[in-house]
Each structure stands twice: as structure tokens, then as C-alpha cells.
Design a protein. Structure first.
Length: 118
């Protein structure tokens, strides 16, 4: 099963006050080693949200087949200056399972497959 975690973040004024080049350098400096440590066990995507909602400024999505990898990623992120400075605040984490209902239906024989129902 593939897990996706949506991490809602708020960029603090300390981050927004930095020049954009410095922001990129800090993100590379702190996220680069975290992602390298994952060695392909976790993928990350990043979305801007501030133009569309006041609830968060950014959404970070991680994907993994092992929730432990997301946990380790979050521990490393929380230890980084991106959170401890604080440049960002974690507002909410929404865990999901991609097409979980299909796995459930298949495992319980409710997928419409006659062979599985006998």
C-alpha cells in the first residue's frame, strides 16, 4: 500500500523576510540531506497554498510504502532549522492511503471478482 501524508505548513515572517535566494539555499541545505537519508524510500512534493487559503501557506506531501519512513522524515525535519528557527510551523498532518478501499475490497473479497468470493 502507498501512503501519502499532507503536511500543512505556515511560513513565518522570519522566512518571508529572507531574500528568495537565501530561502532556496536554506531549503537545499536542510531538505537535501533529509531526502538523501531516505535513499528513495520516501518521495516529497511541495505545493504553494497562500494565494488560495489562509489556513496554511504551503503543503508538503510525502509518499512512501512504509509509514515509518514518513515518521523518520518528520523527526529530521523537526530537528532542522526550518522548524526550530522557526521559519515554518507545522499546522496539521493528514495521513492517507492511496486507493485503500481497493485493497480492502480485494482482501475481503468485495472487489466483484467471482473467484475471490468463492
Amino acid at each position: 500500500m502507498k501512503y501519502a501524508f499532507f503536511v500543512m505548513l505556515r511560513a513565518n515572517t522570519a522566512w518571508l523576510a529572507l531574500p528568495r535566494a537565501r530561502r532556496r539555499a536554506l531549503a537545499d541545505q536542510h531538505l537535501g540531506p533529509i531526502m538523501q537519508a531516505q535513499q528513495g524510500r520516501l518521495r516529497m512534493r511541495y505545493f504553494d497554498a497562500e494565494a488560495f487559503t489562509a489556513q496554511c501557506s504551503d503543503v508538503m506531501m510525502t509518499e512512501t510504502e512504509d509509514p515509518k519512513q514518513h515518521y523518520f522524515f518528520m523527526e529530521q525535519l523537526r530537528d532542522s532549522a526550518l522548524i526550530t528557527h522557526p521559519y515554518f510551523e507545522v499546522l496539521q498532518i493528514v495521513p492517507t492511503i492511496e486507493e485503500g478501499y481497493q485493497a480492502y475490497e480485494k482482501e475481503t473479497g468485495q472487489d466483484g471478482n467471482p473467484a475471490a468470493e468463492t
